[in-house]
Design a protein around this ligand. Structure first.
Ligand SMILES: *Cc1c(COP(=O)(O)O)cnc(C)c1O
Length: 426
């Protein structure tokens, strides 16, 4: 599919072009296995001399249609889908890092990503220094070490909802020659394309807006090109991979060494691949992504404005409502939309917050974000319950914070639900 098409068209048609008589919709290829005629053919595939489907852990036609659609939407060079968003971020880290390496990451990360970096990777000898994303570049620069191999952040922090200062981080990535990895889940490719702003690798939890209907867990990693792997910091990319007949990813596959290694090596060994059923649902979900994000954003802005005027509410945070968010939204976002998630502070103690949550009717308590239904969550007592006070503060979470993921229901019904839950007296 021609990349010259705009996003709305790529969402619907990108990544799959049927030949005459083939299904118009990317079919679900529910097969682990593919047929070959001769041993030499299969040998070429197994040694990366040729590319094709051999076993669905490392590639499947339905999954491939999804990967290619996301790749086109992000403007990347190649993509690989994973079993979940967590698997996507873990794949990036294991594809890049060795014991003894170091990561510099925003402190305002999704709870699962924070845990991966803070609790789990240290057990494999990989350490992370976290920074406040609003800190000046010079302060963040002091965290870089000779063994730093990844700079990691999220386009929109979850649940801090801070928009990343891409120029500042891209500058640090260039200065220290460290690949810049961005989790673009909450923005989706419709709101932001991090490759245009200096990122080298983009990850997504497809379980959120790409699915859009809360049906499936999955993830995807996209390579943007433009990182020189051959300057000595990444021997896995420049030295022969003996497990693949001595291929050198950077030299042999200069177009997309990161994704070819991630698929051929990491999916082969760790196996966290996406299944075709979920890939199909994501591909269908992507068709309406721009329409849904506009509706999610419209509802979120309306609720943000409604809550701002309520005396029960002490503060409201929504990307684009205040500086520097508004300025960054204008600079980095493809659309004038802030996305579907907002946070606010409710006056009162934990019991009052719990009563408010219970009184909501149309809106339900759920850990999820980014599907058609409106959800609330109290991060401090749930997703981020393991964090201490200092970590909570650094992650941009307060005890009174309620996170709302706006669905695409009718705006007036959502506002009425919040109004009745705020107004009810014991
Ligand atoms: C949900 C989420 C993840 C993890 O994705 P799963 O599909 O749930 O594993 C990672 N990053 C962000 C920003 C998320 O919102």
């Amino acid at each position: 599919m021609d990349t010259a098409f705009s996003q709305g068209t790529l969402c619907v048609q990108g990544g799959y072009t049927p030949r005459v008589g083939e299904p118009r919709i990317p079919p679900i290829v529910q097969s682990t296995t593919y047929r070959y005629d001769d041993l030499e053919q299969l040998h070429r595939l197994m040694t990366l001399q040729e590319f094709g489907f051999k076993y669905s852990r490392t590639g499947n036609p339905t999954v491939s249609a999804f990967e290619q659609r996301v790749n086109l939407l992000e403007g990347g060079v190649a993509a690989v889908a994973t079993a979940s968003g967590q698997a996507a971020n873990a794949l990036v880290m294991t594809n890049l890092l060795h014991a003894g390496d170091h990561v510099v990451a925003a402190a305002t990360l999704y709870g699962g990503s924070f845990s991966l970096l803070h609790n789990t990777l240290p057990k494999f000898g990989i350490s992370t220094s976290f920074f406040n994303p609003e800190a000046p570049a010079e302060e963040i620069a002091r965290l870089f070490r000779p063994n730093t191999r990844v700079l990691f952040g999220e386009t929109i922090g979850n649940p801090g909802l801070n928009i990343l200062d891409f120029d500042k981080l891209a500058g640090l990535s260039r200065r220290f020659d460290v690949p810049f990895v961005v989790d673009n889940t909450l923005a989706s490719p419709v709101l932001c394309n991090p490759f245009r702003h200096g990122a080298h690798i983009v990850t997504h939890s497809a379980s959120k807006y790409m699915d859009g209907h809360g049906t499936s867990i999955g993830g995807v990693v996209v390579e943007g090109g433009g990182y020189a792997w051959d300057k000595g910091k990444f021997p896995d990319f420049t030295e022969p991979d003996e497990s693949y007949g001595g291929v050198r990813y950077a030299q042999d596959f200069p177009q997309s060494p990161f994704i070819i290694k991630a698929r051929a090596h990491m999916l082969r060994d760790f196996g966290a691949c996406l299944n075709p059923q979920n890939a199909f649902l994501f591909t269908v979900g992507l068709e309406t992504l721009p329409l849904r994000l506009e509706a999610h954003s419209r509802n979120a802005l309306a609720l943000a404005e409604f809550l701002s005027a309520r005396e029960e509410v002490s503060w409201v945070n929504y990307p684009g409502l205040s500086v520097p968010g508004r300025e960054r939204l204008g600079r980095y976002f493809n659309q004038p939309w802030g996305g579907g998630v907002l946070t606010f502070g409710l006056r009162g103690d934990f019991a009052a917050i719990n009563r408010f949550v219970k009184r909501l009717k149309l809106t339900t308590l759920a850990v999820h974000v980014g599907d058609a239904r409106t959800y609330v969550l109290h991060p401090a007592s749930t997703t981020h319950a393991q964090l201490d006070e200092a970590q909570l503060a650094l992650a941009g979470i307060s005890r009174d914070m309620i996170r709302v993921s706006l669905g695409i229901e009718t705006t007036a019904d959502i506002l009425a639900d919040f109004a009745q839950a705020l107004s009810a007296k014991e």
